[in-house]
Write a protein that binds this ligand. Structure first.
Ligand SMILES: Cc1ncc(COP(=O)(O)O)c(C=O)c1O
Length: 394
């Protein structure tokens, strides 16, 4: 199936946030925003075509088939039985889901614990609900030729023991730390949350993008009846590249949490979804496994390409070990320029766009979106290396 991923369409002029916000006429290679340059899986395209052919696009009723598709996905792929009490609460995206859940479970002034570096919208969702971010920075662990991150459990316990911190918002798997958290790590986090009376919120949007040799542990699969005490956010939008169709699910079996979240979803007016998101989710979850497995293989090859290219062209940079997501994390702290300036410099002078690490709460890094054709990735990385090499010679 590699040819499906080698042949990426030209996205310029398609209303793409990633491509069309670059300076006009500048031929910038965008390796920033987290969507993929690949066409959706053929099964999704067929489902959408059929829906378009119907020709009527009124308000959407979400059918039983939708809930069954989510249930099957979780049981077939991850061995998690959601059961009849756990009907997902659908909404327009994971960020709206996070925001409404924070609103539901906190009061202004409360603390929300997060582990930085982390997805930037965590910060805005916390801020927009009048809460304070309580950081539990991840600990960097260096290997001989890469690095990774671990949870500081001592600090986590201290932070969660504070009664002004009612929730912990986790990214599982973690963007941009590239971690597919191990079952033991997640169990320890969950047990700590139970012990301290903290509600664990798990953003699992990247759960389906797992590199060979690693596995995804949904929080719902832990010991200790997690469905009744946690909230999971999930969506096919990252793995199947349908973010523009705006569909996501909130999963918990707790009647109290469901009630509060449902109310907040309605207060925030994000309780309606569109017919294309529904059709695409059903197709993806019922028939998308094979395509997804090929995709993750392709992403992993792109990651290996990046690692080799760094070793060859700039060995003093370091690449975080990629266990999950299609977002690589590159340590550029040896370059003598703050990463936000670096982002602008590379965009302006070398026509490649990467995200500065500061956006995620950690300066000295660049985030590289690997979800594009190998050819385009190679060209983008060449531009990046040219820019960084020129800086080193100054
Ligand atoms: C961890 C994480 N959560 C949520 C989102 C966005 O979710 P949505 O587009 O469904 O609001 C992203 C996008 O990159 C992400 O990385």
């Amino acid at each position: 199936m590699n040819e499906l991923f080698d042949l990426t369409p030209d996205r310029r002029g398609s209303g793409s946030y990633k491509w069309d916000t670059a300076r006009e006429g500048q031929d910038i290679i965008p390796l920033w925003v987290a969507d993929m340059d690949f066409k959706a899986a053929p099964v999704i395209m067929d489902a959408l075509r059929a829906r378009v052919e119907h020709g009527v696009f009124g308000y959407t009723y979400v059918p039983d088939e939708y809930y069954r598709a989510v249930e099957h996905w979780y049981s077939r792929r991850y061995g998690v039985a959601l059961g009849p009490d756990v009907r997902p609460i659908y909404t327009q995206g994971v960020v709206p889901a996070i925001s409404a859940t924070i609103k539901a479970l906190t009061r202004p002034g409360d603390g929300v614990a997060v582990m930085t570096p982390v997805y930037n919208c965590f910060f805005s969702s916390i801020r927009n609900n009048g809460c304070m971010m309580v950081d539990v920075p991840l600990v960097r662990v260096d290997g001989s030729d890469d690095f990774t991150y671990e949870i500081d459990f001592e600090l986590l316990e201290a932070r969660l023991s504070d009664e002004r911190v009612p929730v912990l918002l986790m990214c599982n798997p973690h963007n941009p730390a590239c971690r597919a958290w191990r079952r033991e790590e997640l169990q320890r986090v969950y047990d700590l949350c139970r012990h301290t009376g903290t509600t664990l919120l798990s953003d699992e949007i990247h759960g389906d993008i797992i590199m060979p040799g690693y596995s995804f542990t949904p929080v719902a699969s832990l010991d200790g009846n997690p469905l009744a005490h946690t909230v999971t956010f999930s969506s096919p939008s990252k793995a199947f590249n349908i973010a523009g169709l705006q569909i996501a699910n909130i999963i918990t079996s707790s009647p109290r949490l469901r009630y509060l979240i449902d109310r907040a979803i309605n207060d925030n007016e994000v309780c309606d979804v569109n017919p294309f998101g529904v059709a695409a989710l059903i197709a993806a979850y019922n028939h998308g496994s094979e395509w997804l497995d090929s995709l993750t293989g392709y992403i992993h090859d792109n990651y290996r390409y990046l690692v080799k290219a760094v070793a060859h062209r700039m060995p003093r940079l370091k690449v975080a070990r990629l266990e999950a997501t299609y977002l690589a994390w590159l340590d550029v702290s040896s370059i003598d320029m703050p990463d936000e300036e670096l982002e602008e410099y590379l965009k302006e002078h070398y026509r490649v766009w990467l995200n500065a690490g500061s956006m995620y709460g950690r300066g000295g890094f660049l985030r590289v979106n690997l979800a594009t054709s190998r050819r385009r990735l190679a060209e983008g990385l060449d531009r990046m290396f040219d820019g960084l090499t020129a800086l080193s010679k100054r």
